[in-house]
Design a protein around this ligand. Structure first.
Ligand code: URA
Length: 441
């Protein structure tokens, strides 16, 4: 078998066999197939797509490209959650401690930022000393003792996805249904949890801009998870504007802490409670979704989730004092207010571009090797439907380079459009997809 022939086959729109996909993934993992050939293949997939069968085979080949985590030493059913990526998405930082506080073991493998979207690991590294580089033994021990641990994608788990993810990021081949579904599900299957809850984003700041594409992605992932014997649920949520208010690593950590302190944005809280409820019911901790929602809210009221977050940060070497005193998080040297230049109601926000503005400030990666400035980003003061007066602050921008900030300010102003008449807000959570089918939320 030759990689050249597989590239040509896909370029011509043909379906690859299981053996061909396995050959390709094994060869790429072992570095027998070079990046340039894999890049060409990815671009062919981008234009020609993959069938459902090919996507399942690609997922399984990637999941089996390294170790499969054996979580049998952790008591009870384990839950994992994954987002398809968005702007301002700090969900895991809030959700993890909430469900862990209720006794659900959260054994999570997270990623770094990709394209215009942020990643949980980068965010957590805002805590000085925090490390996701745990051995398998430490990981299991932490989940057993404090019910929550997050590891980075180690070389041993789904290594094929680790290499492909980085390659897709720099070859404009991220936003393809099969590539996203197989990337996410290969990691989830290798990470070994019993219950997988997927947060599938749709809208201007998501990889899946159209709701129909997000639904197709969600269905595909639920199918892959269910076939592999995992209880899998997907929730489709709106990414037509950033989630919550903060965009940027340390700023999002601060927002997560505020949320655990009871001062969270409505959309963020709604998402966390919904995802969490499915995790609690899936792991059989609570009988029904309504009761689970109540219990989750209780972890904010009694501060048990905040305490859990502290324990978790400490257990992974981070300076948890920053939870009580957010001044200890990385801080930008320049703070700039961005003011509205007209009156109106916020009608649209170019969310992906907000992610790009954050990247321009230094908050994201432009190449595989880029270093991130954790302190920079934006805090929005106005979201869709809000009334705005000329001169009112739309957002506060945090940066360390005035020149970049001037450019970022101009670009940011272009991301907002206004209407002269009031704007209706659309539903935030749209669909729930289980093995039984699709339900309107
Ligand atoms: N998140 C992933 O893990 N993989 C993708 O391809 C996109 C988002």
């Amino acid at each position: 078998m030759r990689m050249y022939d597989l590239i040509m086959k896909k370029r011509n729109g043909e379906e690859l066999t299981k053996e061909e996909i396995e050959f390709m993934i094994e060869g790429y993992t072992k570095e027998e197939i070079p990046d340039y050939q894999m890049s060409a293949f990815l671009m062919a997939v981008y234009f020609k797509g993959m069938t459902e069968d090919e996507t399942v085979e690609l997922t399984m080949a990637m999941a089996n490209s390294g170790d499969i985590m054996d979580l049998s030493e952790i008591e009870g059913l384990k839950a994992d959650k994954h987002s398809t990526g968005g702007v301002g998405d700090k969900t895991s930082l809030v959700l993890g401690p909430m469900v862990a506080a209720l006794g659900v073991p959260v054994a999570k493998m997270s990623g770094r930022g990709l394209g215009h979207t942020g990643g949980t690991i980068d965010k957590l590294e805002s805590f000085p000393g925090f490390s996701t580089d745990l051995t398998k033994e430490q990981f299991i021990q932490n989940v057993n003792s404090i019910k929550m641990a997050i590891i980075g994608q180690t070389g041993d788990l789904a290594p094929a996805d680790k290499k492909l993810y980085a390659l897709r990021d720099v070859t404009a081949t991220v936003d393809n249904l099969s590539l996203i579904a197989s990337s996410i599900m290969s990691k989830k299957l290798a990470a070994g949890a019993d219950v997988i809850v997927l947060d599938v984003k749709t809208g201007k700041g998501a990889f899946m801009k159209k709701e129909a594409d997000a639904l197709a992605l969600a269905r595909e992932m639920v199918k892959i998870g269910t076939n592999a014997g995992k209880e899998t649920v997907a929730i489709i949520s709106d990414m037509d504007q950033p989630l919550g208010f903060a965009v940027g690593n340390a700023l999002e950590v601060k927002e997560a802490i505020d949320t655990l302190n009871g001062n969270g944005a409505k959309d963020l809280l709604e998402l966390v409670i919904t995802l969490g409820a499915y995790m609690l019911v899936g792991t059989k901790r609570v009988e029904n979704i309504e009761a689970a929602r109540e219990k989750l809210l209780g972890t904010i009221e009694d501060k048990s989730a905040l305490k859990k977050f502290q324990e978790f940060v400490e257990a992974q070497g981070g300076d948890a004092r920053a939870i009580d005193n957010t001044e200890l998080l990385p801080k930008a040297s320049i703070v700039m207010e961005i003011k509205a230049e007209e009156d109106g109601f916020v009608e649209k926000i170019e969310t992906e571009e907000i992610g790009m503005v954050c990247l321009l400030l230094g908050g994201g990666r432009e190449t595989k090797e880029s270093e991130i400035d954790l302190s920079v980003g934006l805090v929005l003061h106005k979201k869709i439907g809000d009334a705005v007066k000329k001169g009112e602050v739309l957002a506060t921008m945090y940066g360390n380079d005035l020149k970049k900030m001037e450019i970022a300010r101009e670009r940011f102003l272009l991301t907002y459009s206004f209407s002269k008449t009031p704007v209706a807000k659309s539903a935030f959570i749209k669909w729930i997809i289980t093995k039984g089918g699709v339900e309107k939320y």
